[in-house]
Design a protein around this ligand. Sequence first.
Ligand code: B12
Length: 410
Amino acid sequence: MALPVRILTAVPICDGHDSAINTINLEFIRHGIEVVYLGYHRSVGDIVRAAIQEDVCAIGISSYNGGHIEFFADVVKQLRKRGADDIKVFGGGGGTITLADAMAMERKGVEKIFFAGTSLDEMADYVREKYGKPRKKRSRAKTRDIELARKLTQIEDRFAKSKRPASKGKIRNPKSAVRNSRVIGFTGPGGAGKTTLIDELVLRFLRQEPKARIAILSHDPSVVGEGALLGDRATMINSQDDRVFMRSMATRGQTGGLSPATEGCLRELIQGGFDYVIIETVGTGQEAMPFQKNGIVDLTVLVMNPDYGARLQLQKIVMLDLADIVVVNKTDQARARAAILEIERRLDQNKRAQQLVASVAKRHRDPGVDELFGLISGKQNVEALAAASAGHGKRRSPRRAPLQRRRRKR
Ligand code: B12
C-alpha cells in the first residue's frame, strides 16, 4: 500500500488570511494527502519546529500580508540550520506575490509558488507527484527531535505497509527503559474542548516545571488510504514550545479513537524520557474505551460538553465508568449546573474514586483547569483543591478519595 503523503500547512505571523489555505487543505485531503494544519499567525520558528516534529515531506505556506520573500526564505534557512533541509517549502499568496518575487524566492530555496488562477486539482497533483515519492535515504539526524520524529514515521509506515500493529507487548515495563514518564489519556466527544484544555495544561506544566519535557500524541480520524486533516495544532498556542514534542496522528482506518501505531509511538516517547506524555483521542462516541488495551496510560481523563442531551444518555457512556477524572468543560454554558449535578450522580453509581472537575478551558487562568493540573501533575492534594475551589460554587463528593492515594494502591 502506498504511504500517505504528509505535509504541513500554515499562514505566516501577522497574517489572518486563512480562507485560501482552508480551501486548499480540503482539496489536499480529498486527494489522499495527510495535512497537518498549524493555523494562521505563525512564526518561522513555530513552523519549522512543527514540520520537524511532524516529519512532513513539505511545508505549504499561504501568505497575503507581505514580507513573503523574507519569510519563506527564513523558513528554508532555519530548516537547513536544523539539519532538516529534506523538508521542502512551497506556497502561494494570490496576487500579493509577483512573478519577480517568486523568482527571488526560488533562488533562496523555495521550491514552488502558485499564482492566482491555478486550479485546486493542479496544486494537489503537484503535491502528490512531487512529495509522494519515497524519500531518499536521509543523513544522520542532527537533533533529538528529528531523530524521534523519524522513528515515529517508521512506526507509522511499518504499520501502513504491513497492516500489522507496529509493536507488541505491554508498555508498562519495557525491558530496555526505566519508565519515568507519566502518561495521561484524554478522550471525549468532538467539540468538548479537549485540545484547548490540553494546551492550557501544557502552559501550566511549562510554567511550573521549568525542566519538564512534554510529549503530545494527538489523533484525528482518517480512513485507510485516504487523506486527513490533522488540525489540533491550529488550536495549540502554548504547546508550540521547544520543550513540547507534538505529533499529529491519523487513525488510518482504526476505530476506537487511536491509531494502530499509537502504542509503538508511545513506547518511543517513553524511551525518549519525556516527563509527561499526553494522548488525545479523536472525538469519541458512547462505546469508546480507547485506553483499555495493554494499560497504555496511567491516568484517563474524559472531557465532556454540558450539552450531551437527556440525562439517560449518561448511562450509555462507557468512559463514565472507566475514567479517573471526568471534566465537564464549557461550564460557562447555560446547562452546565444541571450537567455537573447529573454527572456527579452518575459517578456516584460507580462507587469508585473518580474525580469530577468543572472547567472553562478557553478562559485565561481558569480555576477548573488549575484544579485538573493539580490532579494530573500530582502537585496538589485534593483537600487543598477542595478548599481553593469552594469559592467557585463547585460540588465535590466527600466520598471521592484523593486520586494520588488511590492510584498508588494499584
Ligand atoms: C478574502 C480576503 C480578506 C478576508 C480574509 C478572510 C480569511 N479568513 O482569510 C478579510 C476580509 C478578513 C481580509 C482582511 C484583510 N485584508 Co484581505 N484580502 C482578501 C482577498 C480578497 C482574497 C484572498 C483569498 O483568500 N483568495 C483566495 C485564494 C484561494 O485565491 P488566490 O489568492 O488567487 O490564491 C491562489 C494561489 O496563490 C494559491 N495559494 C494561495 N495560498 C496558497 C498556499 C499553498 C500552500 C498553495 C499550494 C497555494 C496557495 O491558491 C490560489 C489558486 O488559484 C485579497 C485580495 C485578492 N484578490 O487576493 C485581499 C488582500 C490579501 N487583503 C489585503 C489586506 C490589506 C487586508 C487587511 C489588512 C485589510 C484591513 N486594512 O483590515 C485585512 C488583514 C486581515 C488579517 N488579519 O491579516 C490586501 C493585502 C495587500 C498586500 N499584502 O500588499 C489584499 C491583496 C487586498 C488588496 N488588494 O489590497 N481580507
